[in-house]
Design a protein around this ligand. Structure first.
Ligand code: SF4
Length: 232
């Protein structure tokens, strides 16, 4: 699939020195990646605190507040302890803390395969291009559809992914319309994921098959394995 173009505004060679500040962190944990292109890989998750959105079906509300201030170099040291190639920076909305960009850059510099889970409401054009962005488009059932920053689509690269979480048939039809309107599948991989308890996974799978959509169906592997227990 072709990238849609657009250039990141943080060059990968931008020097970052010292501890370069701190970030508020909800948790750092080692688990199996449950979503998107890196599904199944042993991964270290860095969950940053805070999110300006309030999606109806959010499953990480505990990350809205609290957390601990951690020096970026401390975070890197803890990540290294787990000996994993993959690191996922998530939230909350990680980009709500501007120094997240420094963390992402340093993780890439250290040689990790880095992904970023982001709501799609904040500018992703500033993210290091080596990072694989997994960017949500919020369907109406989230209650946050008005927050979609559509200009973000022009900052997606071929290795990025667009994720649409679907809570109803109406959400599905909204997603199908956006797929056509913005030629989403020509930009990068598009993931459709059912909201647990709202849409039967098989139902969504059958809609995708019936409509022959160029999207990838996904279930959250970590929910199947650990049923959302903390630390996974
Ligand atoms: S953007 Fe993510 S963390 Fe924020 S409310 Fe929505 S689902 Fe929760």
């Amino acid at each position: 699939m072709a990238a849609s173009g657009g250039s990141a505004r943080v060059a990968s060679t931008t020097p970052v020195t010292g501890t370069a500040g701190r970030l508020r962190v909800s948790e750092i944990f080692h688990s199996i990646q449950g979503e998107a292109d890196a599904i199944g890989w042993r991964t270290v998750f860095v969950r940053l605190t805070g999110c300006p959105l309030r999606c109806v079906w959010c499953d990480t509300e505990y990350a809205f507040h609290g957390g601990d201030w951690r020096a970026i170099d401390d975070i890197l040291a803890e990540v290294a302890l787990h000996g994993a190639r993959h690191v996922c920076v998530t939230g909350g909305e990680p980009l709500a803390q501007k120094r997240c960009l420094i963390l992402l850059q340093k993780l890439c510099d250290a040689g990790y395969d880095v992904s970023l889970e982001t709501s799609g409401a904040l500018d992703v054009g500033v993210v290091d291009p080596r990072v694989r962005k997994v960017m949500d488009l919020k369907a109406p059932g989230s209650g946050e559809s008005a927050r979609n920053l559509w200009s973000n689509l022009d900052h997606l690269l071929a290795h990025d992914q667009i994720k649409i979480v679907i809570a109803s048939r109406a959400d599905y039809e909204w997603a199908c319309a956006r797929l056509v309107e913005h030629a989403l599948a020509e930009r990068c991989m598009v993931l459709f994921s059912p909201v647990h308890g709202a849409v039967q996974p098989r139902e969504l799978a059958e809609w995708i098959l019936a409509d022959k959509l160029p999207v990838r169906f996904q279930l959250q592997l970590h929910k199947l394995l650990w049923n959302d227990a903390a630390g996974h």
